[in-house]
Design a binder for this molecule. Sequence first.
Ligand code: PLP
Length: 458
Amino acid sequence: MEFNTIIEPFRIHSVEPIKLMSRDERKSAIEKAKYNVFNIPAKDVLIDLLTDSGTGAMSRDQWAAIQHGDESYAGSPSWEIFREAVVDLFDFKHIIPTHQGRAAEKILFSSIAGDGMVIPSNTHFDTTRANIEFVGAQGVDLVIEEGKDPATIHPFKGNMNTDALRELIDRVGPQNIPIIMLTITNNSGGGQPVSMANIEEVSKIAHEFNIAFFLDACRFAENAWFIRLREAGYENMDVKEIVKKMISYADGMTMSAKKDPLANIGGWLACNDDLLAEKARNMLILTEGFPTYGGLAGRDLEAIAVGLKEAISHDYLQYRITSTSYLGDALDKAGIPVVKPYGGHAIYIDARAFLSHIPPLQYPGQALAVALYEMGGIRGCEIGTVMFGMTPQGTEVPATMDLVRLAIPRRTYTQSHIDYVIEVAKKVAEDAKGLKGYKITKAPQFLRHFTAEFERLN
Ligand SMILES: *Cc1c(COP(=O)(O)O)cnc(C)c1O
């Protein structure tokens, strides 16, 4: 790049106010929320980095497409527009629209998996794993060793360990593995990309054993951009061609349109297998809707169709990936430990290293998430012992890592918003040793991080 300033490749067309509050007001808001950022009303958050899911800004053309939505029950023209846009990138025979990604997962696994079956992936996203386990099957994560260590630099930390995959097939038998999946980018592994070579190799192994190969393709465009940046032979290839090549290795996919497709809702399941498609459509009618809308309004289908075209724009992806690494670089320079290399959609602060005086069972990630909110109204998400520390036996153990994820909504915040986040994080770092741990005073049985209540320790 010729210049260092990040240029957002858009100008602002419609604005939404965000509320400036005093530090005292935020202190009482987080106290009232029992020190759980999920309990803070969104209107009391200045910069909301809780998730990049469904939180992006739609374009002028997407809003125009919303007006074009046709709400006919069956065979709406909006369905045709959606289907054509999807197939233009993801050339599968059957496209089955759903209201979001997990609905596609539910339908897929109910159709193909059951008791005693095993479904490998690089790392299953939590809804994917939950839907696999719901039908009695087992999800197995086989990401490469480099992908498990926050400090190791590797261009494709989302890759699958293909030796481990062969070993697993050998051990459980190919007849017990209905599909092999890859999550691109690897969300639960820090948004790390998967290389084209790895996609090709995993596909080859799957097909050698007559197993179907599916992509969880929520961040397909960011993954393609990383391939263009980091994998030899792709530096001059158009992102659209890279996407089509990634997809050419797969027999099907699941998608959440709340991620790279730049919509606020939506998803789909796609495949080439006629029998699977028939089963899936039968299930779709039970829980989602008729096959030409599947849980979405006609207007949503149109917004997704336009979003898909915008998601593969080189100017957009250049801005997207550069602005995420801009935040990572600034925190790194300030001495705040961050997971490297930076993923596409989020920066992860290593709270266990940053707040090393707080033991894992006093939740350093929670302490940091609360501090970022109190200091500057920034909402991130603890991904650590609060989220993963409770065992099925009811005992608590430290999670592998204690991270705080700062997810970047698409096209939503400007460089000055991010500069503000950096300034707040540096201010928190100045008095990091003064931060205290927490204890949980109330927690539900499952997924406790969403609703747990905390008390600050002295
Ligand atoms: C978000 C996500 C899902 C689930 O999609 P929803 O639209 O939230 O239901 C599945 N896989 C990955 C990798 C995701 O990031």
